[in-house]
Design a protein around this ligand. Structure first.
Ligand SMILES: Cc1ncc(COP(=O)(O)O)c(C=O)c1O
Length: 388
């Protein structure tokens, strides 16, 4: 069997400098928790990526590098074949050294201190914090819960806009709730952006991880010149240690402003391994990704079934994308810190508190399912034990 496709294999990551496995003591107060928190996978990174790095290391000089033309064509090809999105070469901008610096750069380039920024919440922490940390104000726009699922609340968004609102920070698909936004939700947002002079920054680093039956729609396909879309192979192919991201910017004016920023910060060179990893990922790892998505689909079903059969005080929000599960603990009757304490000290499991994604996450925890199903089972049993 080809081991790169063996998602059942348990790989011991302890002692490898893994944030997920080696920082438990710092985060949870004890080293022995089984970790289901930070968003990387316990699976081997696909072999073509490891091979590309191995071959490069045979050359002993790791100096500055420039981007090959294939760098751009593999991104274009990936977007065309996976997402049916034809993107001209000049829209693709370098985003060093990863997606978060790219988001911060957009806040700097496209708004002024004192301006406000809207974020549909709950959302990925750095998107939430991007406003406050830059002297801008965050306007929260809670996703609307309808029959246990979440959707954009555009009426609320429009009602909260201020003359100083410049940006919308969208996380699409949404981390943590695992929502794939529909074309009609995205078109509604694009209409608001047009009529209220807003730019939408759409963080799509989970875009390749739509689950069977769901299709991700790139915001750039509906948002035009008022869109900035951030893509990355890191979540898709488990390459967070060699960060790499690309901004898709249709507006020539915004590209020129962003280029000035890159020049100012001297962010002109890729990391050798990040670029190589991305080329190998987008050009050779499609079959691995298809196998991963099937495995993730099964893990999502395993978790949902476990809770409904063994631990009914927790329910799992139906996932449409990502390897992250949004777990609803509101029926347990415990407060957030009590649940965390029980999970860690009675259940031996480390999950992210929902409040890390905004106050709307109170009563929820995020569980990372990107692990062998036997490990997932141990985690699910730990959660049930914690609540007894
Ligand atoms: C929505 C989202 N954006 C950005 C990131 C950061 O990704 P990276 O560290 O690969 O740049 C993450 C990581 O979890 C994420 O979930």
């Amino acid at each position: 069997m080809d081991l790169t496709f063996d998602f059942d294999q348990r790989i011991d990551r302890r002692g490898s400098g893994s944030y997920k496995w080696d920082a438990n003591e710092r985060l949870f107060g004890r080293a022995d928790v089984l970790p289901f928190w930070v968003a990387d996978m316990d699976f081997a990174t696909p072999k073509p990526i490891l091979d590309a790095i191995g071959i490069r290391v045979e050359h002993p000089v790791l100096g500055y590098e420039f981007r090959s033309e294939s760098y751009f064509s593999v991104i274009q090809n990936w977007l065309r074949t996976r997402h049916q999105w034809d993107v001209p070469r000049e829209w693709l901008m370098f985003c060093p050294p990863g997606s978060i610096p790219g988001i911060q750069a957009m806040v700097d380039v496209l708004s002024e201190p004192g301006d406000s920024i809207v974020a549909p919440t709950p959302t990925y922490g750095p998107l939430l914090r991007s406003a406050g940390q830059n002297g801008r104000r965050l306007i929260r726009n809670p996703l609307r819960e309808v029959d246990g699922r979440f959707e954009l609340d555009l009426d609320d968004l429009e009602a909260k806009l201020e003359p100083s609102t410049r940006l919308v920070m969208l996380c699409s698909p949404n981390n943590p709730v695992g929502k794939v936004f529909t074309s009609s939700e995205l078109r509604g947002l694009a209409k608001l952006a047009e009529s209220h002079d807003l730019i939408v920054v759409s963080d799509e680093v989970h875009c390749d991880l739509a689950l069977p039956g769901h299709k991700h729609k790139p915001y750039g396909q509906v948002g035009g010149e008022r869109s900035i879309t951030i893509i990355s192979p890191n979540k898709t192919f488990n390459t967070a240690g060699i960060p790499q991201a690309t901004l898709v910017i249709p507006s020539a004016e915004i590209r020129a402003e962003f280029q000035k920023y890159l020049d100012l910060m001297q962010l002109n060179h890729d990391t050798t391994f990040g670029a190589l990893g991305m080329i190998a990922a987008y050009s050779e790892c499609g079959p691995w990704l298809d196998a991963l998505i099937s495995y993730m689909d099964a893990n999502h079903r395993q978790a949902a079934t476990y809770f409904s059969e063994n631990c009914q005080s927790v329910s799992k929000v139906p996932a449409e994308a990502t390897y992250l599960a949004w777990l609803d603990f509101r029926r347990t009757g415990f407060k957030q810190n009590e649940i965390m304490d029980r999970l860690v000290n009675l259940g031996g499991v480390g999950l992210y508190s929902g409040t890390d994604f905004g106050e709307e996450g109170d009563g929820f925890f995020r569980m990372n399912l990107a692990c062998p199903s036997a490990m997932l089972q141990e985690g699910l049993e730990g959660i049930a034990k914690a609540l007894k």
